[in-house]
Design a binder for this molecule. Structure first.
Ligand code: FAD
Length: 421
């Protein structure tokens, strides 16, 4: 690769805060809200003009139940507006997840409300591009926006970018994974009862498509890898009665931190969407009067960088162990837990990580990237950051038993046999 050397320049410092929360998805918003409630002055940075992360930008609108800690509060807000409902999911293997559908437009609004109610500063349309370091300490975040290149100084940072952008800029170790990318989209004008009748309870729309192909001797080439469940479409009964959320297919082998791969993925998965929508409309009963209602702002990127944190629990540990430093229990109805060490990166002193880039064994990450887990890790990281600021300690030296007490007092039932005093 060729390089150029840019001339040295001065970068304006536009603010100086206790805590910088980087990214405004479910993890980032939860972290910011919980940190503010525990006394921190918080500024959240987000590259899009709206909040919600992949849920609102990639139309990932189905989630396992939001029923512990801050997730209860999010569910309550959505329920009051009747935009959080149990839905049917086509994949039999995920039946235990008991999926619920959410309206992404209401999430965009409610998340803005939650930031404002908790007096959190935030800057949208702002892309984080680097860190300003002093040894192993992040002194500030460097970002670019319509005003050019700017810095905000902070005493503590939560990386909730999903891609561990901040952790990687700061030099924390991570591993890069490539999981299938998918463009989700919504169709309206669908006769959902007819479609669901054909699919069957917890059936699979893929089978229905295959039946249609066999019956009519149709050719159906999505141009995508036919392994890993592809064409991989599934359907949900959503909040609105004639609407369906479609999984267009899986695109394999792409690196979500490489802009060339991301560009290619946008082109190919948009092709998937068009072919899928046309096929359904022409050939599958119930879709005759359907149309694409909306495609997402971006292709769905499941995973990129995973930090290699202080702890990296195995699937068995996540499902069965009560860690001494348990700080995350995403569901009221399941025993899954995570230790504090999963949120603490190595080699950076004042950083915590929340959301889909936390540290755990790869085999369990598919379950740890689910939306309720991301918000629960956000709650734990935000609360820990506020406590570390109060105690004037680095996150790795935090009194975790105190953090556990605060989390339990604030509604996250950690299911500990005994919380240490
Ligand atoms: C196709 C697909 C299907 C899925 N299906 C399900 C499902 O059915 N149920 C389920 O529970 N989960 C599902 N998931 C997983 C789930 O959607 C995500 O893991 C979860 O939403 C991640 O939340 P997060 O807050 O950690 O990260 P994100 O949602 O990625 O949020 C990160 C935020 O940071 C911002 N950001 C990133 N980089 C920067 C930067 N450099 N500067 C400024 N801002 C930045 C982003 O814009 C975004 O708002 C699916 C994911 C995909 C891709």
């Amino acid at each position: 690769m060729n390089w150029i050397t840019e001339p040295e320049r001065k970068t304006p410092v536009i603010a100086n805060v206790d805590l910088l929360v980087c990214g405004g998805g479910f993890a980032g918003v939860s972290a910011a809200v919980c940190a503010a409630r525990n006394g921190a002055e918080v500024l959240l940075l987000e590259k899009y003009g709206f909040l919600g992360g992949l849920v609102t930008s990639a139309l990932v609108i189905t989630t396992p139940p939001l029923n512990n800690g801050i997730n209860n509060e999010i569910a309550k807000r959505l329920r009051e507006k009747a935009v959080y409902t149990p839905c049917r999911h086509s994949g039999e293997e995920v039946e235990w997840l008991n999926m619920h559908a959410m309206d992404p437009e209401v999430i965009k609004y409610e998340f803005l409300q939650m930031l404002q109610e908790n007096k959190i500063h935030f800057l949208l349309h702002t892309y984080i591009v680097g860190t300003f370091m002093e040894g192993q300490r992040i002194k500030g975040i460097i970002m670019e926006n319509k005003a050019g290149r700017q810095t905000i100084l902070g005493r503590m940072v939560v990386d909730a970018t999903g891609d561990a952008d901040v952790a990687s800029f700061a030099g924390a170790p991570f591993r890069l994974v490539k999981k299938p990318m998918t463009m989700m989209f919504n169709m309206v004008g669908v006769n959902v009862p007819v479609v669901l009748d054909r699919i069957g309870n917890w059936g699979n729309l893929k089978k229905l498509i295959q039946e249609e192909i066999n019956r009519e001797n149709l050719s159906f080439d999505l141009g995508i890898n036919m392994e890993f469940g592809a064409p991989g479409i599934h359907a949900e009964k959503l909040v609105y009665e004639d609407e369906i959320n479609v999984w267009s297919g899986n695109l394999l082998g792409m690196d979500g931190t490489d802009p060339r791969d991301l560009t290619k993925a946008e082109v190919i998965t948009r092709e998937h969407v068009m072919r899928m929508a046309n096929f359904l409309k022409r050939n599958v009963p119930g879709f005759e009067k359907s149309r694409i209602e909306v495609t997402p702002t971006q292709v769905g990127v499941r995973a990129t960088r995973q930090i290699i944190g202080k702890a990296s629990p195995s699937p068995d540990e996540v499902k069965n162990k009560i860690f001494d430093d348990t700080v995350v229990k995403p569901y009221a109805h399941s025993d899954m837990r995570l230790p504090y060490g999963s949120l603490v990166p190595q080699n950076v002193e004042n950083l915590l990580v929340a959301g889909r880039c936390i540290s755990a064994a790869d085999e369990i990450m598919g379950q740890l990237r689910l939306i309720p887990v991301c918000s629960a890790t956000g709650q734990a990281a935000g609360t820990a950051a506020a406590l570390a600021l109060q105690q004037k300690k680095a996150p790795q030296n935090l009194e975790v038993s105190k953090l556990q007490r605060i989390l339990e007092d604030q509604g996250m039932n950690l299911g500990l046999k005994r919380v240490k005093q």
